[in-house]
Design a binder for this molecule. Structure first.
Ligand code: NDP
Length: 349
């Protein structure tokens, strides 16, 4: 038996509260020495913490595609690691693999069928990108813009992105530009984030929504109104953006993180003024889930990795070291502590 560390869900925050690091605890456990047919033993390199995990902390996730985490059991989510031993398919020791259901453990024995083999050369060896720019958040930004944005090259559209300095948002703005928007404006929660958006990530302007006067500042940044809105946050920020949208414009309803610590359905109800603005201005605002485009994932990964290698897509990450800090990393991400994708480094490559 080998001794490993694992991060378990220790307590549920409750539907109407902010999650805290102490909702998780890290404990020792033992791992069997041998594996059976169909199994793979892996060592964890990187884990992802994502907003959707807030739903998994509730007894009822409110979403049919998400199972709740069980109290006292290792949590799981996006992860990357190295195969140490395999009795499944073509996996061999030394392969780099990923899964959407990677256990929050330093090492694990998993069913081989949950793993996908990674090709590190796609990301120049920067493996953690497979959890961000060349992974689920990147695909979310790409499909959101392409499937729901109605971006048209040469049409002179202005795109606004909320949660713009986060994993999806930082990519969505850049992809909006690559796809043809002529002006891209970010909204984020600090002056530092806003300055990175403009100086490093190619946004034309950025507004700190915590600095007051969002409506006026946004209007100054978008003198011709808003044609495409990539919405990561919902709530007051989105009500203001929608009030400045043009006739026949488009909301990409990616997420509503400002409402995730409240007991409301998804998507959360909108104030009647915002409902009226959507209706009167014929604004589209369809639900959108990256999972719906599984048949396009492979092509999407190739597109994203190519843009990253060509330097057309700039990548930002916030890396927290140590499995013991994963709860703190999750809490921090939910409150805006991250710039770019929040990653947890569990062991060195
Ligand atoms: P981020 O990296 O963007 O991290 C979350 C960010 O949300 C924080 O950094 C913080 O930035 C911002 N935030 C937190 N609370 C608030 C608030 N009350 N108001 C405004 N902003 C807030 O996470 P992701 O990129 O992984 O996810 C972004 C969104 O995309 C989420 O809503 C998520 O649920 C959604 N999503 C949807 C998918 C889909 O298939 N539809 C797939 C993946 C993600 P700040 O400092 O700016 O406040």
């Amino acid at each position: 038996m080998g001794i490993i560390q694992r991060a378990v869900l220790h307590s549920r925050p409750g539907k109407n509260s902010e999650p805290v690091a102490e909702n998780f605890c890290v404990e020792e456990a033992s791992l069997a020495d041998g594996i059976t047919d169909g199994q793979v033993k892996v060592r964890t390199l990187y884990l992802s913490v994502d907003p959707y995990m807030r739903c998994r902390m509730n007894e009822d996730t409110g979403a049919d595609y998400l199972l709740p985490w069980k109290l006292g059991e290792a949590a799981d989510g996006g992860g990357i690691g190295v195969v140490e031993e395999s009795k499944y398919g073509s996996f061999t020791a030394g392969d780099t693999v990923c899964s959407f259901n990677w256990p929050w453990q330093t090492r694990a024995i998993v069913e081989g069928k949950i793993l996908q083999k990674l090709h590190p050369e796609l990301v120049g060896g920067h493996l953690s990108y497979f959890l961000g720019a060349v992974g689920m958040p990147g695909l979310t930004a790409l499909f959101g813009v392409k499937e729901k944005g109605h971006v048209t090259l040469g049409a002179g559209q202005t795109m606004v992105v909320s949660g713009a300095a986060g994993a999806c948002g930082s990519l969505a703005g850049q992809i909006g530009r690559l796809e043809g928007c002529s002006r891209v404006v970010g909204i984020s929660g600090s002056d530092e984030k806003c300055s990175i958006l403009v100086s490093e990530l190619g946004f034309d302007a950025a507004v700190n929504y915590k600095g007051g006067n969002l409506a006026q500042k946004l209007h100054e940044c978008c003198p011709a109104g808003v044609d495409v809105y990539f919405d990561n946050v919902g709530g007051d920020v989105s009500d203001i953006v929608i009030s400045q949208m043009n006739q026949n414009s488009h909301v990409i309803l990616c997420g509503q993180i400002s409402q995730y610590n409240k007991d409301v359905p998804y998507p959360p109800p909108l104030p009647s003024r915002t409902e009226a603005a959507l209706r009167d201005k014929n604004i589209t605002r369809d639900r959108f889930l990256v999972l719906w485009y599984a048949d396009k994932h492979e092509a999407g990964i190739l597109q994203l990795s190519q843009w990253v290698r060509e330097g057309k897509l700039k990548v930002r990450e916030t890396v927290t070291k140590g499995l013991e800090n994963i709860g703190a990393a999750f809490q921090s991400m939910m409150k805006g502590g991250n710039i770019g994708k929040q990653i947890v480094l569990v062991s060195e490559e």
